[in-house]
Design a protein. Structure first.
Length: 404
C-alpha cells in the first residue's frame, strides 16, 4: 500500500485549523505560565518565604492567534510590577517552534526527561519533574475523549484490526501487553482510527471486550472485517460481527504457508502464491491454486495443506468490486500505524505504567486520525454502494423464488 508522508503529518503542522489541537496547545502553555510566575516571585502560591518578591493578583485573559486557532492564555497578574515572560516573544518570533515543541511533547509524552528539555528550550527556564509530568497528564483527557467518541453518526462498511505487543511495568515487574487497534473506512470513503485498547493478551476475551467498546459507541454497518488468523480474534469477530464477511490477511497467510515450506523452495513457492492472490477473478485463482497443489503436493505437503485450508478465507475480498480488493486484502494499513507507534516506543523501551502507554499511543493515533479524516478520501465508495444494492436485490429475488 502506498502511504504518503503527509498522511501522518500532525494536523496542526499543516496549517489547518483544528479546535482540539488549539485547546491542547492552550492547556500546555497555560500550565507553563504559572511556574514562570512562581519563579519571578520567588515563591509558589500561598508559600511563606523570606525570598518572596511579591504576590499574585489573579489572571487576565490574553488572546493569541495561531495556525491551530485562537488561544486564550491565562496570564498571571501581580499586585506590584508586571509579569514578564519570553514565551510570547518567542512564540510571535517563531510560532512553528512552539508547535514543533508541542508535537514532540505529544509523541514523547511518557519521557519526562525529554519533555523537560523541550519545555526548557521553549521557555528559557527550568521546570521540575512533577511539572513536566503534569503537562504530560494534561493529554490524558484529550486522548480519552477521542478514544471514546460517538461513532453512531456514520457507517463503517470496512473494518481492519491488528495488534502489537509492548512492554509495560506493572506491580514492579515488566509484563507484555497487547495494543489492540481498529481502523474503519466510513460511508464516504475516509479512513478513521476507531479506537485502541491495552489487553493482557490477544485472547478472545480481550478482543471481545475491545469490539464491544466501539459497538457501544455506535459502530454499525460493518460488512467486511480484515485481520490475521489469530484464533481469539477470529472467534471475537464471529461473535460481534455476525453477517459480516471475514477476510484473512493475505500477507500473514503467505507467511504462514512459507513457514511450513522447505527453505529451498520458499522463493519459488512465494512467486506462485503471488499469482494466486493477484488473479483477476476467483476462477483463475482456483486454477492457479490447483497447479500449486499439483506441483508442490509431494515436495511441500504441509505448505500445500495450509494453502488449501485457508484459501477461501484469504480470497473473501474477491466478492467485492475489483477497485476495493487490493487495499482490503491485507492489514498493511493497520500495521503502518503499529510502525508509527513502534518508532516512538523504541525510545522508551519499557513503559513505566499503563497510563503512560495510553498517553503516548493515543496521542500518536489521534494526530494520524486527524490527518486521515481531514485529508484525501481513501476510497470512492460510489461503486461499492451500487454493488451493495444489486447484491441485496439479488438475494431478495432468490429468497422469494425459494419461498414460492
Amino acid at each position: 500500500m502506498n502511504v504518503r508522508d503527509e498522511d501522518f503529518r500532525p494536523r496542526g503542522m499543516s496549517g489547518a485549523t483544528d479546535d482540539g489541537l488549539a485547546r491542547l496547545v492552550e492547556d500546555i502553555v497555560n500550565q507553563v505560565l504559572d511556574p514562570q510566575a512562581a519563579e519571578q516571585l520567588k515563591a509558589k502560591p500561598y508559600e511563606r518565604t523570606e525570598e518572596r518578591q511579591g504576590y499574585r493578583n489573579g489572571h487576565r485573559d490574553k488572546p493569541l492567534k495561531s495556525r491551530v486557532g485562537e488561544l486564550t492564555l491565562m496570564v498571571p497578574r501581580l499586585r506590584r510590577g508586571h509579569f514578564s515572560t519570553e514565551l510570547f516573544t518567542r512564540y510571535q518570533r517563531s510560532e512553528q517552534a512552539l508547535l514543533l515543541a508541542m508535537v514532540e511533547m505529544v509523541v514523547n509524552g511518557v519521557s519526562t526527561r525529554k519533555v523537560r528539555a523541550v519545555v526548557e528550550e521553549l521557555c528559557g527556564t527550568e521546570f521540575s519533574k512533577s511539572t513536566v509530568s503534569a503537562l504530560c497528564k494534561g493529554l490524558d483527557g484529550v486522548v480519552k475523549e477521542w478514544n471514546e467518541r460517538n461513532l453512531s453518526t456514520q457507517e463503517y462498511p470496512f473494518l481492519l484490526v491488528d495488534a502489537l505487543v509492548i512492554r509495560v511495568r506493572k506491580d514492579g515487574r515488566v509484563r507484555l501487553s497487547s495494543v489492540l487497534l481498529a481502523t474503519g473506512i466510513n460511508r464516504e470513503g475516509y479512513r478513521e482510527i476507531l479506537g485502541f485498547m491495552l489487553g493482557d493478551s490477544e485472547s478472545d476475551a480481550s478482543w471481545s471486550e475491545f469490539f464491544g467498546r466501539p459497538k457501544a459507541r455506535g459502530l454499525k454497518g460493518v460488512d467486511l472485517v480484515v485481520s490475521d488468523d489469530h484464533k481469539g480474534l477470529v472467534r471475537a469477530v464471529e461473535t460481534h460481527f455476525q453477517g459480516a464477511t471475514w477476510q484473512r490477511c493475505q500477507t500473514h497467510f503467505v507467511r504462514n504457508i512459507l513457514d511450513a515450506c522447505p527453505k529451498a523452495l520458499q522463493s519459488e513457492l512465494h512467486g506462485r502464491l503471488r499469482l494466486i492472490f493477484d488473479a483477476p477473478d476467483l476462477a483463475t485463482a482456483r486454477r492457479f491454486m490447483d497447479e500449486v497443489i499439483r506441483d508442490y503436493g509431494y515436495r511441500a505437503p504441509k505448505a500445500v495443506e495450509r494453502l488449501e485450508a485457508g484459501f477461501e478465507d484469504a480470497m473473501a475480498v474477491m466478492t467485492l468490486p475489483q477497485r476495493y480488493r487490493k487495499l482490503l486484502r491485507t492489514t498493511n494499513g493497520v500495521e503502518r500505524l503499529s510502525q508509527e507507534i513502534r518508532r516512538r516506543e523504541r525510545v522508551i523501551r519499557i513503559f513505566p505504567n499503563e497510563e503512560s502507554a495510553m498517553r503516548l499511543i493515543g496521542a500518536v493515533l489521534l494526530e494520524i486520525d486527524e490527518a486521515w479524516t481531514t485529508g484525501h478520501r481513501y476510497f470512492d465508495m460510489t461503486e461499492y454502494w451500487e454493488w451493495k444494492v444489486s447484491v441485496t436485490k439479488a438475494v431478495t429475488v432468490d429468497t422469494r423464488s425459494q419461498t414460492a
